[in-house]
Each structure stands twice: as C-alpha cells, then as structure tokens.
Design a protein around this ligand. Structure first.
Ligand SMILES: CC(C)(COP(=O)(O)OP(=O)(O)OC[C@H]1O[C@@H](n2cnc3c(N)ncnc32)[C@H](O)[C@@H]1OP(=O)(O)O)[C@@H](O)C(=O)NCCC(=O)NCCS
Length: 179
C-alpha cells in the first residue's frame, strides 16, 4: 500500500490537550491490545511524536529522560523510547519506521537512546543494537539483576566513545515496567 504523507507533530506531555491524550491512550490500547491508561501515566515528562490522519493520531512514540549508569562508571542521560504504536488499520505503511527514524535527530541532546523492545528484530532492522551486557536496576539502595530483560540502544551524536555494550547497564526502579 502506498504510504500516505502524514505530517509529524511533536508535543511535550503537559501540552497534550484532553482530546489528544484520550486519542493516544486509545491508539496505544488498540495497538497493544491492553488498557494503556495506567502506563500512559509513566510518560509524564515525555516528548510525544505522532502522525495524525483525519485529525486523529494513527502512529505514536514517546521518549522520557532516564538516568542510566554503565559498569564503567559512566552516568548517561538517556532518551528512553516508549509506546511505539501504530493504529491497527494503519500498520504496514512505514509509519512507525518513519517516526523511529526521527529519533536520533530529535533526541540529539541526550547521551544515548534506549528502548525495551517487544519485537527486537523489527528494531534491529532499523539500526538499533541489543545491549549485550547485564541489566540491573536500583531500588531502595539495592542493585537487582534483570536477567530476563532486553534493551536496545542507538548511539547519538554525543554518546561517549567509551560506552561499551558488553558492560553492565543500570537504571532506577519505576512502577509497572522497570525497563
Ligand atoms: C510494531 C509496530 C509499531 C509497527 O508499526 P508499523 O507502522 O506497522 O511499522 P512499519 O510499517 O514501519 O513496519 C512494519 C512492516 O511493514 C512493512 N512496510 C513498511 N511500509 C510498507 C508499505 N508501504 N507496504 C507494505 N509493507 C510495508 C515494513 O517493511 C515492516 O516490515 P518488517 O517487519 O519486515 O520490517 C505496530 O505493529 C504496532 O503498533 N504493534 C503493536 C505494539 C508494539 O508491539 N509496539 C512495539 C513495542 S516495542
């Protein structure tokens, strides 16, 4: 199917009006086939990137700022990409690929871009690399291993050359989904 030329729009989370916010929750709920309302609250402080069609969002992703620490002692300000979703009736038209391709330029002020993929191969085909080292999170002063998690990253313009994906990566705990 030919790709429709949707204009992309970027919004700070707090700048979403109630109608657009409800439409984004509906879009993510339809794509993920689960109620996304609680998860959407994790996106406080996020920047949203979306494509609209006939006045309604049909594709979305967001990034939130998270601090991560490498085993080599680097503290990185990460653009953590979340809620990549295309409305089912608009899938397989290249929309999510187009939004994802915007991420390196739009998050260039961060130290690295990260995400936790449901479909790692889909991201790998779009230039994202699995973090090979161990994953951990910090909670109540303790370091907890996350052996079952998968995280992928993209180097950005200011990613330190010393970042080595064979080392460990740690993030602070958060509710619902740590990674
Ligand atoms: C994963 C997801 C975001 C992809 O969205 P999408 O807009 O359909 O993605 P794209 O169209 O860019 O890519 C999907 C496929 O369609 C193909 N495609 C792209 N343009 C196309 C076109 N014009 N015609 C036919 N196929 C096309 C792509 O090649 C891609 O195939 P690939 O998987 O072999 O690489 C969407 O399926 C979704 O919302 N899934 C549920 C939520 C989810 O799992 N999100 C990711 C969690 S990390």
């Amino acid at each position: 199917m030919a790709m429709i030329d949707h204009a992309l729009q970027e919004f700070a989370h707090d700048a979403l009006d109630a109608r657009r916010r409800a439409a984004l929750v509906a879009l993510c709920s339809a794509a993920y086939e689960e109620d996304f309302a609680a998860y959407f609250d994790l996106l406080a402080g996020a920047t949203h990137l979306l494509a609209e069609h006939d006045g309604a969002p049909v594709c979305h992703l967001a990034w939130v700022e998270r601090r991560v620490w490498t085993g080599d002692g680097l503290a990185l300000r990460a653009a953590y990409v979340e809620a990549v979703a295309t409305r089912p009736d608009h899938q397989r038209r290249g929309l999510a690929s187009r939004l994802l391709a915007e991420v390196p330029r739009r998050t260039a002020g961060f130290d690295i871009a990260l995400l936790s993929p449901a479909e790692p191969e889909w991201y790998a085909r779009r230039g994202w690399t699995p973090w090979r080292g161990t994953l951990h999170h910090r909670k109540d002063g303790r370091m907890i291993d996350d052996p079952d998690e998968c995280v992928m990253y993209r180097r950005l313009a200011r990613t330190p050359a010393a970042v080595d994906d064979r080392g460990s990566l740690c993030v602070d705990w958060r509710p619902l989904e740590v990674w």
